[in-house]
Ligand binder design. Sequence first.
Ligand SMILES: *Cc1c(COP(=O)(O)O)cnc(C)c1O
Length: 368
Amino acid sequence: MIRFNDVSASYEEQQTEIDAALAAVVRQGDFVGGRAIGEFEAAFADYTGAAACAGMSSGTAALHLALLAAGVKPDDEVITTPMTFIATSEAISLCGARPIFADVAPDTINLDPVQVQATITEKTRAILFVHLHGNPGGAVEVAEVAKSNGLLFFEDCAQAHGALLTGGRHVGCMGAAAAYSFFPAKNLGAFGDAGAVTSNDAELANRARRLANHGRSEKYLHAMEGTNARMDTLQAAVLKVKLALLETQVKKRNLLAQRYMDGLAGLPLQFQPPPAGCRHAWHLFTVRTNRRDELQKFLTAHEIETGIHYPVPLHLQPAYAGMGLELGSFPAAEQTAQETLSLPMYPQLAMESVDVVVAALRKFFVGE
Ligand SMILES: *Cc1c(COP(=O)(O)O)cnc(C)c1O
């Protein structure tokens, strides 16, 4: 059986350090607001090149509080992609603002700058860009649309830890703030839920951190109402140890993706490589074919696990039925929902396993 992901694999590589970090927190007893949080925040800001990082209880909380800290208000419109996990649009709604979908570009499956521009109204306040699967494709162009229209720009980097723009700059640096998720299956995964806001504006990051801690300025002094969305000390301790391997792991993901692309060349499949000079984070390695469902069944029969990200675009979800958006509203997003299949991808996946997956795909398409 070739697994799709293995969230426990990296524990074996760092077991001694992780066990020691967890034990230190337990001994100190600083489970909430402990020392490891600030240490992880500083290390993650350093890795991404952001001025500041604020630890959060999840990626969803990070998105929500990044938007809130930047001043997104009720009745603002925030443009985002329908081809993402629902947390992206939930974060907009949690601010009382309205998620407004725009279609994706077929080559990147990320927001299409032309569609975004056409969706802007006088109520538009911000654009929330998602680096889907870890691909920064189109981000610079959409950030440019935000800038030229005087809109706030946010990045959902939940799948994009380690993705680079040209010049080696990390994603997440182009607008007001970025949100990361450390859900166990992500490129940097905690032992439970966790997330972070990064920003070049240290004040914004501080506001997000304060919002996550009941708006506290002191223990029982509240500058404003917030919520409880703090990062756990135990998660910070794990993440700080795991962060040391992230760069190596992103490089390994790139080698695995290249092995897939070389092996699958010539088959009737499309890939989403990053733009020239950029680095994909390859959270997911996804192929496109109009025989997707048939292919998935075939791979399952060959004991190869796959996933679909995502089978139903957000505008067609029951949760958004009230928007009145029917099939045909966003043809590119709808087509990717029918055609994309995510193949096994995680840093500990063996090159030989990639070759086995490639051989199965060749057998499916050409009967070799
Ligand atoms: C995982 C994910 C989130 C949400 O992160 P959680 O930590 O699970 O709350 C948001 N956006 C995208 C694109 C994701 O993949």
